[in-house]
Design a protein around this ligand. Structure first.
Ligand SMILES: [Cu+2]
Length: 123
């Protein structure tokens, strides 16, 4: 029979290996590094400039941005030309005041899709 301490050490080692593997896999997908409007910020409307920066190249042709408006309706946004391969941007006109989200879905250079929401408020 193994001493409890040895079993505990083995379990810890196995867990560390598993989380390191998960971290490696995760690092291969596009991760949002920064957003404009910033998460939780309040910005002036009614024209909103959206700019998202990711950790790796984005295939803009297979990526989408949308604005979720205060009434929960979803407005797809036309992407502006990419300033950098890691960036995705758009302009939105006539955005009403209230809580909004930028909803993004991107295809990264490794072929994996990631998505997310950035909440902000339009005053
Ligand atoms: Cu990936």
């Amino acid at each position: 029979m193994l001493a409890p301490a040895v079993v505990a050490m083995a379990m810890l080692a196995a867990r560390a290996t598993a989380s390191a593997r998960a971290a490696d896999a995760f690092a291969m997908h596009a991760i949002l590094l920064s957003a404009e409007p910033a998460k939780g910020s309040t910005v002036a409307g009614p024209v909103i400039t959206v700019a998202l920066t990711f950790n790796e190249r984005i295939d803009a042709k297979r990526s989408t941005l949308a604005l979720v408006l205060p009434d929960r309706s979803v407005r797809p946004l036309s992407l502006t030309p990419q300033g950098k391969p890691e960036m995705l941007g758009a302009h939105a006109d006539s955005v009403p005041s209230g809580p909004c989200h930028v909803r993004w879905q991107v295809l990264a250079s490794d072929g994996h899709i990631t998505r997310g929401d950035v909440p902000f408020t339009v005053r």
